[in-house]
Design a protein around this ligand. Structure first.
Ligand code: SME
Length: 150
């Protein structure tokens, strides 16, 4: 299980003073991915046009490049602007399977200043029901630290 306090402090230190969104996403994806063995794919999808996401920095196997807000768990997160906790991806209507080994996911909106939706953070696990509200709260706090002022 992640020691989120330690990860949060490390990410804050690494990102201190940086404002480039891609550099920040690359750093966050790397640190989160290597912090927890539950995380088999860790990455961002960026809002590049109204109702359209494109892949950003990630760790893990190939991720699909483009996702409209109308599709997948990523699209649901972007559409609703709410965390998506998916215990069983096969039970999620319209789930987009970038890997056949994925069993559960957590999706978090990434907000900038004034509630601007920058993108979403997608973490996939090969374990069923790998994520819970503790992950949602801790990861949301990390994202707010890094992106909330941009
Ligand atoms: N599973 C996501 C797609 C992204 S790949 O898993 C990296 C979805 O359903 O939106």
């Amino acid at each position: 299980m992640s020691d989120y306090d330690e990860i949060r402090a490390r990410i804050r230190a690494l990102c201190e003073g940086e404002t480039d969104e891609v550099a920040l996403m690359a750093t966050v994806a790397c640190e989160l991915h290597h912090s927890d063995e539950r995380f088999d794919w860790t990455g961002f999808y960026r809002v590049v046009a109204p109702d359209l996401l494109k892949i950003g920095p990630y760790q893990g196997g190939h991720g699909c490049l483009v996702i409209p807000f109308s599709r997948g768990v990523c699209g649901a997160c972007a559409r609703t602007r709410e965390v998506q906790l998916v215990d069983d991806v096969e039970a999620f209507p319209g789930h987009i399977a970038c890997s056949s080994s994925t069993r559960s996911e957590i999706l978090l909106p990434v907000f900038g200043a004034g509630g601007r939706l920058i993108g979403v953070l997608d973490i996939d696990s090969d374990r069923p029901a790998a994520f819970d509200s503790r992950d949602a709260e801790a990861l949301s706090a990390i994202l707010a630290d890094v992106f909330g002022h941009l």
